[in-house]
Design a protein around this ligand. Sequence first.
Ligand SMILES: CC(C)(COP(=O)(O)OP(=O)(O)OC[C@H]1O[C@@H](n2cnc3c(N)ncnc32)[C@H](O)[C@@H]1OP(=O)(O)O)[C@@H](O)C(=O)NCCC(=O)NCCS
Length: 385
Amino acid sequence: MNTPKGLQDVIANESSICFIDGAKGILSYRGIDIHELAQKSSFEEITFLLWNNALPTAAELKDFSHQLAAARQLPDDVIEFLKSVPRTASPMEVLRTTVSLLSIYDADEKSVLHTANVRKSFRLTAQIAMIVAIFDRIRKGKEIITPDTSLSHAANFLWMLNGVKPSETATKALDVALILHADHELNASTFAARVIAATLSDMHSAITGAIGALKGPLHGGANEAVMHLLYDIERAGTDPVEHVRGMLANKEKISGFGHRVYTTEDPRATHLRRMSEDLGKDANPKWYEMSRKIELFVKDEKKLNANVDFYSASTYTTLGIDIDLFTPIFAVSRIAGWCAHVIEQHDDNRLIRPRADYTGPAYPAPYVPVAQRTSKVKDWSKPKA
Ligand SMILES: CC(C)(COP(=O)(O)OP(=O)(O)OC[C@H]1O[C@@H](n2cnc3c(N)ncnc32)[C@H](O)[C@@H]1OP(=O)(O)O)[C@@H](O)C(=O)NCCC(=O)NCCS
């Protein structure tokens, strides 16, 4: 059997949510091109689109946005939990654990019915943004900011994070970033969510698993790794191209480059590059300029394109956002897609249970009595370096 490692190109299920053509660099939500959505839409509108398979009318959008803002509530016990977490904890692990905790307080916890899932989707989408902002305030010893229901999802997040009403530029930049990150077909975290949901486990369990998958540096964690690289280069005072050349010579991977599906430019990177450049002009262009040099070099040297994470790093840093909030902000957006996929999975479910290509000892292997065994395992009890 020739098993595609990492399930590359395997079609695992049908879905009507997100269409990608990796060779042509096309991404669409429910068939609508991401470039058009990034320019004309809002996070609320694309979330409606992802959950309902149609763009909302003006009245529907107003009602939907109102419901999402009204869901900005966290149980007191959950806020107390956030206060009790060590301040050194990473925001991603706090988010993962808090989402798991939230299920205990959710009236619809066990139900996998469509209506219950939609109610939970509103709550989780509103709450994930709150958890990220509130924990950041707590760990910095700052007061918790009460949500403002008159603000959009993006603006309220910045308000709760910084305690000042955000500028139109910052709100627009974050809103576009949230649109771009909201869904991406069967990426690792969404697939993890669907596998969990397909056991008929609940939405909170699926989203907790998805957050765990997003955290890894090969997935959502890459945006943080990109910024660490930029800081390393700045600290060392080296030329960005020479630094990256050295990494490639050492066979290191450069975070923010390459993609399993896109063989041409990731359409999300097009917008994030522009945002990084535009925001840099008004603030500090150095992160954009450094990123651009690296991008051109890696493209030339390795034929690898920048992905969604590469310019997210300089964009968020220019917006004044801390590095360890980059991946949580990915979750603040991707929750929209995760919910759409869990709803779709539960609405037409079948257990996801693939097979493995067995490569172990030939069957039947002998069961040797314990007294007659000699050890065949090298250093099994010693901790690995
Ligand atoms: C995204 C990613 C995990 C896709 O992985 P994949 O489809 O399994 O592809 P592979 O890791 O097998 O890479 C294929 C080849 O390209 C190289 N490559 C891929 N991404 C690379 C990168 N970012 N830097 C350097 N080389 C890279 C690999 O070394 C490999 O080369 P080889 O065939 O000579 O060994 C991979 O490109 C990566 O690790 N990128 C960095 C992390 C990142 O930005 N993740 C966010 C994705 S949106």
